[in-house]
Design a binder for this molecule. Sequence first.
Ligand code: PEP
Ligand code: MN
Length: 263
Amino acid sequence: LVSREIYAQDTVVQVGNTPVGSEQFAIMAGPCAIESEEQLLETARYVKNAGATVLRGGAFKPRTSPYSFQGLGVEGLKIMSQVGKEVGLDTITELMDVNDLDDVARYISAIQIGARNMQNYTLLKAVGETQKPVLLKRGLSATIEELLLAAEYIVASGNPNVMICERGIRTFETATRNTLDLNAVAFIKERSHLPVIVDPSHGTGVRTLVSPMAKAAVACGADGVIVECHRSPKESVSDAAQALSPQDFHTLMQQLAPFVAAS
Ligand code: PEP
Ligand code: MN
């Protein structure tokens, strides 16, 4: 169902008012984690001013250590819903547990399935039984075939509104957090009609590499990017090394503008 042999035309997934997979290059931005209402509101205002249309931010965080901040949970969803309305942004957040699906669907425009849950087939089927837009992130060591089959699970369960996300994979390289596989973007755009979003933040793990790889995402045919930013990156409770400051994000958007217009 996700193959171009079945549907030749590009699928456009509507995330609130943002058409992902259309002529418009989608910009999703926000903090790694929702930390407080003030933090999210401030971030939402500057990403909107700089040109983003979708606000990202985790309420349920998949942290490597059980002692790290796990997210604000349902309280975070409520904050995001409120901030999204106030600032005029569509919203996306990660769903980790089927038990939270109703709350995420009630408060948020689109559901993110994180890299660690790409092959959680129970979760994939559950979001497949809704009509909510789903951003499916590539697993840390998933092949493109496995990624496309994970997307197939969601579509086969009845939900055609799937966006694929390349967020870097584990390789032998240790200079960067992950290796952003842009081959995968061009490959998936050729084989599948689903929109593809690039995450240069987790893909590199390095603040200064986010902007070059976001530009590369446009060049290889991606339909948008999802970028982490923080009002004060060094104070970010998670993924601080890859968070863009408001100024960095503004610069990124300026740098992206000519590429996006030309695409
Ligand atoms: C995130 O987007 O904050 C996140 C945890 O991403 P990933 O699932 O790609 O690691
Ligand atoms: Mn993160």
